[in-house]
Ligand binder design. Sequence first.
Ligand code: SF4
Length: 330
Amino acid sequence: MAKRIVLADPRGFCAGVDRAILTVQTILKAAGSLREDGLPPVYVRRQIVHNRHVVEDLAAQGAVFVQELAEVPDAAAKAGIPIVFSAHGVSPTVKAEAAARGMHVVDATCPLVSKVHREVLRFVKEGYEIVYIGHKGHDEAVGVVGENPEHVHLIEHAGDVDSLDFAPDTKLVLLSQTTLSIDETAGTIAALKARFPWIKEPPSSDICYATSNRQAAVKLVAERSDCVVIVGSANSSNSVRLMEVAQDALGERGVAHRVDDAGEMDPSWFDGVEAVGVSSGASVPDELVSGVIASLRDRGFTDVTSVETIKENMHFVLPAELRRQPSPAR
Ligand code: SF4
């Protein structure tokens, strides 16, 4: 019997990533040829999405990526060169800095991340202290906590709950990063509720549809595989969570690996393996998954089946200022 590939569906691009990439592509297309003043057509603050290949591809088309706004020259701000904020969102400090410099901002923050920012503002206004479950230093968490560092208390795991101390009359609510592990977060929420039984949850989970759907699919895939390969970059929170979820489902039976592309796969991973599960993070173009499948086929994994858990039809429109621009060819 042929060795098998078990492919997760859904996998790869989510609506927020698609919108963020299309935002930069649309600006690049509208800019057309090179400017006479030598300035680039667009700056992007941080990685537009956490995927090395996506960033390298847009940089090759002329986008200039910066870590901080200070790296954007005044001449570019004065010339109205757009600066795009990434899908992960920014704190008000960054917005204020851009405004002070008169920059032309195009905000590609995923609407589902913006929703968490709005929740912070609303709950703080209503007098709540917010316990935010997220990853310290991740761009999304930095942006959300930055909305009100005094009232937003970041914890990463259930083990951090002991470090919190609130009087019983404190109004408390919990919010979370959009790309966490559903199972691990459930454990953290249980620990929070045990310590602060009056803590309130948001009206709907902050963990987004794409994260939930990809984790549910990879769980089933891992249950049918002896080894799992997740395509996604090391700084992609949802890709790393997919690897962890797959590893949990595999248990002792096998190992889940994360790669940026097929070139990072080690042939020894597949010794004695009959079925390899494959999925990809929400920031990963499907051609990178195709590369992994082609490489596995060369190793004798020729029978490809899909495990489809749900059909996704989520779509976000472009930022308002770009909606009348012609779409780039895709
Ligand atoms: S993973 Fe979720 S929150 Fe993040 S960009 Fe995609 S849809 Fe938006």
